[in-house]
Design a protein around this ligand. Structure first.
Ligand code: MG
Length: 418
């Protein structure tokens, strides 16, 4: 409405008295009903990279030029054809209805594996891209769309991934401390351990258990007491071994022992948890809220570690964290992704009260990590500060990321057909 027609009204008086057309416009805008952008999805494209495992990067395009980016991980070989199916479903749809798009894509696949695995992992990447897109369209950082901020920086732990022992481990520990990390994780399982009975045996021998304890003792000595230590068995042992290792590790006061047995047998995990004071953590190979329900109901874990790039995405991750919070179980997401996926996870970690710590797994690919996004290094002394930029808040540096492209796979080339 023109300012002249506002004479005699409070709005017109304010503008006229101050003589500021800009103020008048601002008042007009502030008191007008807000109309959110009306967008339509025009394409969804993918690129595949291999750094720590296999990742599927996803971009959702719209009719107004706004593009959302997401990342899926681990269970993503064969994910691109699944994304094509989601694209078929989502073309022409409003990308801001994230929950509806997610639910439709998931229920579309109930008879096609949509309960877990590749289907949910690929959908996770699309869901994350939709949140990035929604944030950009609305001018808000993603955490704001997930309930707002309960913390403005997110603590990371460094997964050293190395077989602890020797001078190389000592140098690695010095580097991790110089980088400011307050928590680290090591691997306990070792297929090459000469004390193993055989390559596929699930029972650790006394010798193998001794080697595991020695790794923890060695690593514990490398770090001051205030640095937390976690240890991962990768779900490769039987329940008896899991119980023995958890019991023997009690003096080390670990932050957690991860997946002493696979997470698929909740009763076995609960038996181990009940047998020890060592905190038990699991969940990187579980999917959706449904994957965590029984685990929480049976009090089978002390800490959960869903991987947000495969469990169902950011809102699903928030919902899982909230379920866990009703059992007073902390949330410590697994994460092996690039700065894009890591920052996406950090937005969820910033928005949930029961966050403990987020994984970071790129210490062996530091140069790539620091060049992957245009914003450069996003970690400062073992923490990620959450950006206020709209969306996830980091943008891929194409030239850097393409160094890790899986040969023979598309690089965000336009899709053909509808
Ligand atoms: Mg693990």
């Amino acid at each position: 409405m023109p300012i002249s027609k506002n004479r005699g009204t409070r709005r017109g008086f304010l503008a006229g008295a101050l003589g500021l057309p800009a103020l008048a416009r601002a008042v007009q805008t502030a008191s007008s009903p807000y109309r959110r952008p009306k967008l339509k999805i025009t394409d969804i494209r993918t690129a595949e990279v291999r750094v720590h495992g296999h990742q599927l990067h996803i971009r959702v395009y719209t009719d107004q030029g706004i593009v959302g980016q997401g990342e899926a991980t681990d269970a993503v070989r064969g994910g691109a054809p699944l994304v094509s199916q989601f694209r078929f479903l989502m073309m022409g749809q409003d990308p801001l209805n994230v929950e509806a798009l997610f639910e439709r894509a998931r229920t579309m696949g109930i008879f096609a594996g949509a309960q877990a695995g590749q289907y949910v992992a690929a959908l996770s990447g699309v869901e994350i891209a939709l949140w990035d897109l929604a944030g950009k369209a609305l001018g808000l950082p993603v955490y704001q769309l997930l309930g707002g901020q309960v913390r403005n920086r997110v603590r990371l732990y460094c997964d050293s991934g190395r077989n602890p022992g020797g001078e190389q481990s000592k140098a690695g520990a010095r580097q991790i401390q110089e980088m400011g990390f307050t928590a680290v994780k090591i691997d306990l399982d070792n297929f090459a351990d000469p004390a193993r009975f055989d390559r596929v045996n699930w029972t650790a021998s006394n010798g193998e258990i001794e080697h595991m304890l020695a790794k923890v003792a060695f690593t514990r000595e490398l770090y001051p007491k205030q640095i937390d230590l976690a240890a991962d068995m990768h779900g490769r042992y039987d329940a008896t071994t899991g119980k023995r290792v958890a019991k023997e590790l009690e003096p080390f006061k670990l932050m957690w022992l991860e997946e002493p047995v696979p997470a698929e047998n909740v009763d076995a995990m609960r038996d181990i948890r009940q047998s020890t004071s060592t905190p038990i953590c699991c969940g990187e190979n579980l999917y959706l809220r449904h994957g965590f329900r029984e685990l929480l109901e049976k009090r089978a874990v002390d800490i959960i570690m869903p991987d947000l790039q495969k469990v169902g995405g950011l809102l699903e991750g928030r919902k899982i964290a909230d379920m866990a919070h009703t059992y007073y179980v902390p949330f410590a997401p697994h994460n092996v992704t690039s700065p894009i996926g890591t920052m996406a996870s950090a937005h969820v970690c910033a928005a949930v009260p029961n966050f403990l710590v987020l994984e970071w797994h790129w210490i062996d690919s530091l140069a790539l990590w620091r060049s992957w996004v245009k914003e450069g290094e996003i970690i400062d002394k073992g923490f990620i500060s959450i950006p206020e930029r709209p969306g996830i808040g980091v943008e891929m540096d194409e030239a850097a990321a393409r160094k890790a492209q899986v040969p023979g796979t598309p690089w965000f080339e336009p899709s053909r057909g509808v």
